[in-house]
Write a protein that binds this ligand. Structure first.
Ligand SMILES: [Zn+2]
Length: 141
């Protein structure tokens, strides 16, 4: 039993934690997350997969106070047991803003512009008993 990425098209799980897979357009320099086969900005298909940065700054955030409808969501969906969590956009320098779950759900602990880094969060288990790991961003201590 070990740990596996919740979605290998979106992130790799390394010994150092999750690494997001993005797209870099060689034609216009655009970055997109997650990886896709063509650039939505200039329609070029001259794109490559790149590993996105692991640190960035908090650009905007909110506290998710009820279970979201949008898939893929594998966490607790029972409103009685649901625990609020932070959601935000992290600006990765020179790349893009990525929407992510945050490890912090206390609004007084979050501030736009604060430095954040990627961490793994276990959100369930697969049939083989492996931990399913997704990514979240945590304030840099
Ligand atoms: Zn492009």
């Amino acid at each position: 039993m070990g740990q596996v990425s919740i979605n290998e098209n979106v992130m790799d799980l390394t010994d150092e934690g999750p690494r997001l897979k993005g797209m870099h357009c060689k034609n216009c320099g655009n970055h997109v997350f997650p990886m896709q086969k063509g650039c939505p900005k200039c329609t070029s298909d001259d794109v490559e997969e790149v590993q996105l940065g692991t640190r960035g700054t908090l650009w905007a955030w909110t506290i998710q106070g009820f279970p979201p409808k949008a898939p893929p969501y594998l966490g607790e969906t029972d409103p009685e047991k649901f625990k609020p969590y932070g959601v935000g956009y992290i600006e990765l320098p020179g790349q893009l803003k990525v929407e992510s779950r945050l490890t912090v759900s206390d609004p007084t602990a979050l501030k736009n512009g604060m430095e954040m880094e990627i961490v793994g969060e276990i959100i369930g288990q697969d049939e083989d008993g492996n931990d399913l790991v997704t990514f979240a961003f945590a304030p840099v201590a």
